[in-house]
Design a protein around this ligand. Structure first.
Ligand code: SF4
Length: 308
């Protein structure tokens, strides 16, 4: 089945089934162009809450689809590839978080959106890489429990000056966690006119070398606004598809083209799987009602803190 056929069929099935496709910025080009909305995990979570569609096909990894289900409990959420995990989310289990909560009962728990539903349900606040620093800054407490990404925790500690209790201390993205300072030096030598953008899941010594540190959506904003015409993109290579669509006319180079350039979990989601998901109504994501309610409460609490 070629992409043209798949795109046509997906459009037809979306209409027939009253469905929308939400796609992460890291998805293949073919998925991004048929999606109703493309964004980072925070954006997609908001869109999932706002959409009136009965069916949401979530082209992203599993924790994202779980979150969409939690925020839209009465809607059908389909994951084209239910086995697409995340090395950050999968490192934290609910029991570990429960024990840390009990050890520090009056300390707020801030979880990165890259966490699985059972752990996320125990969070006071749920953040993304674009909101983590703002949320932690606004909390009254000078000590915060934060997880599960180790590098983002360091970045938040550096930007807020607060004491961060990491849970666990070793969460790491398979892509950003493997970036090195040599990669940045080589990219600067090869593209001397380019601005370097780095995702905050990268090691702090790598982020320190960047012209800009931010989430995928923040990178899109930065690349649109900045006067430079050329950028090195320090995040998963699927992001080049989003930049090509949203910031036309500028030139983007991946920071890495090596084995850590493409997330193996994001790569599991293909246009054909999106099509099969809509055609066969698979794979429906379920989360317990109490888990969904706790996630929704944490999400709303976070939204109020950011808007307050
Ligand atoms: S790119 Fe990193 S953070 Fe994103 S899904 Fe893959 S492993 Fe998880």
């Amino acid at each position: 089945m070629n992409n043209e056929y798949l795109a046509r069929e997906i459009t037809r099935l979306k209409r027939e089934r009253g469905a929308v496709v939400l796609a992460h910025n890291y998805m293949d080009y073919g998925i991004q162009v048929i999606a109703d909305f493309v964004g980072d995990s925070y954006d997609l979570a908001l869109r999932a809450m706002e959409t009136g569609a009965e069916v949401i096909v979530f082209a992203g990894v599993r924790f994202m689809a779980e979150q969409a289900k939690a925020l839209n409990y009465n809607r059908v959420v389909l994951a084209p590839e239910p086995n697409a995990g995340c090395t950050i989310a999968d490192v934290l289990d609910a029991e570990t978080l429960r024990r840390v909560r009990e050890a520090y009962p009056s300390t707020p728990v801030v979880l990165y959106v890259n966490s699985n539903a059972d752990a996320k349900a125990l969070a006071d606040y749920i953040v993304t890489s674009s909101t983590a620093v703002r949320v932690v800054k606004r909390l009254r407490s000078d000590v915060v429990i934060f997880g599960p990404d180790n590098n983002l925790a360091d970045y938040v500690a550096h930007m807020t000056g607060k004491k961060i209790i990491k849970v666990p201390p070793n969460g790491r993205c398979v892509v950003h966690g493997n970036y090195t300072t040599d990669m940045v030096s080589e990219a600067r030598a090869r593209y001397p006119r380019a601005r370097v953008m780095i995702h905050p899941e990268s090691p702090p010594e790598v982020s320190r070398l960047a012209d800009f540190v931010g989430s995928t959506n923040q990178m899109i904003d930065y690349a649109s606004r900045d006067s430079s015409m050329e950028f090195v993109v320090g995040t998963e290579v699927g992001m080049l598809n989003a930049l090509k669509i949203k910031v036309p006319g500028k030139v983007f180079h991946p920071l890495s083209t090596g084995p850590y350039a493409r997330c193996p979990f994001m790569a599991m989601i293909t246009l054909e799987k999106v099509y099969r998901s809509l055609r066969d109504f698979v794979h429906e994501i379920e989360v317990p009602k109490s888990t969904a309610e706790a996630i929704k409460e944490a999400f709303e609490r976070t939204r109020k803190l950011l808007e307050g």
